[in-house]
Design a protein around this ligand. Structure first.
Ligand SMILES: [Mg+2]
Length: 374
């Protein structure tokens, strides 16, 4: 089997998410948005798909992929990784991920197996936590500590067993005291037995982060995520040394799993963090084994088909699937018209189930995609 081509399909959809001046998403008026889908085709008619990808990546991707056996994922991944040196942003880690995930999807369709079984299955379902959007000033939304508490209560009623706050970030008032007040209100409301996590504003100083971390210890929070700029690993070494609460990271730092290795050996966090969006499943597996060898848990950043399959193949924690981002005024459960079924339906016990269709289990609605192409 040989790869014939790789292409990027773009289609329009209606979004109700708007970005603030720092790029964070909040509920807002309907507007048009564009989603991309990477497709890899072969001479045997087997295809692979993944969401994401950009026309910018196609020149380098075609050089590496066309004529290659699509089952040589490791060979392709290593070549793309080396290409990153010269191609830079045209072959961003996110685009590497789109290519790699489409190859995993193709392999699953070729063998008739879901990707997590190809990887080595471990579990069919994983507990989800409700992950909120960042704070805002929408009355009755995520505008006050009490409204975070109201929302936490609503999420637990829906079946979630854990709740993660993203508190206020600029342009809203991101003072450490206000973040702690929201955490206090939620803990008070849900009682002592619910796992709570905080993903705060990401640019606090060391002393601000330490202040919040100590407050979270008093509130028995489960983990503390990205309170400072991750480009300063020494700040995280400083913080992790002083706190008992597990510090999770790095999440957004570049450098794929190589950076996670540096953080582990330098004790810059207690729990590592990775997503298939950073270089694909092939990169994720490397990070997973790295963490296992060091006895470090790995919490998965973000959701979607690829991350669910990664969680399904993990024998180390990975305790939770991140479901969201959620908001009282945003209907996360609304159908995604380009999919016939969404991948991460929450069951009444608070689990999401790994898709069982072949490959990544993308149940694409081609009528919708084709009629909305751009
Ligand atoms: Mg985060």
């Amino acid at each position: 089997m040989k790869i014939q081509d790789i292409e990027v399909i773009a289609f329009k959809y209606t979004s109700r998410l708007v970005r603030d001046k720092e790029g964070h998403a909040h509920p807002g008026p309907e507007h048009e948005a564009v989603q991309t889908l990477t497709r890899i085709t072969t001479d045997e008619g087997v295809e692979g798909y993944s969401f994401g990808g950009s026309p910018a990546m196609l020149e380098a991707a075609r050089l590496v992929l066309v004529g290659e056996d699509p089952l040589n994922r490791e060979k392709i991944w290593q070549q793309l990784r080396r290409f990153q040196r010269l191609y830079g942003p045209q072959l961003h880690d996110y685009y590497l991920a789109a290519i790699d995930l489409a190859l995993w999807d193709l392999a699953g369709r070729f063998t008739g197996l879901p990707v997590y079984k190809l990887l080595g299955g471990y579990r069919d379902k994983v507990l989800a936590y409700a992950s909120t959007m960042c704070g805002d000033d929408i009355p009755g939304g995520l505008d006050t500590p009490e409204h975070y508490a109201d929302f936490a209560e609503a999420c637990l009623a829906q079946g979630y067993k854990a709740f993660k706050l993203h508190t206020w970030m600029p342009p809203y008032d991101a003072s450490p005291k206000r973040a702690v007040a929201a955490c206090e209100a939620v803990r008070k409301r849900v009682g002592p037995d619910v796992h709570l996590m905080l993903d705060s504003h990401h640019f606090y100083s060391r002393t601000e982060a330490l202040y919040i971390g100590r407050a979270l210890e008093e509130l028995d929070f489960h983990w503390f995520e990205e309170p400072m700029d991750e480009r300063s690993m020494s700040s995280y070494i400083w913080l992790t040394e002083q706190l008992d609460i597990p510090v999770v990271g790095p999440e957004t730092a570049g450098g794929l799993f190589y950076t996670r290795a540096e953080w582990i050996v330098n004790h810059a966090s207690d729990i590592s963090r990775y997503s298939v969006a950073r270089g694909g499943l092939t990169a994720f597996i490397k990070c997973m084994h790295l963490c296992e060898a060091h006895g470090v848990a790995l919490e998965v950043h973000g959701g979607g088909h690829g991350n669910l399959h990664a969680l399904g193949a993990m024998g180390i924690p990975g305790e939770y699937y991140e479901r969201g981002l959620l908001h009282p005024f945003y209907d996360y459960e609304a159908p995604q018209p380009w999919l016939n079924t969404r991948p991460d339906v929450l069951d009444p016990e608070g689990y999401v189930h790994v898709p069982q269709g072949p490959g990544l289990g993308l149940d694409l609605n081609w009528d919708y995609i084709n009629s909305h192409r751009v």
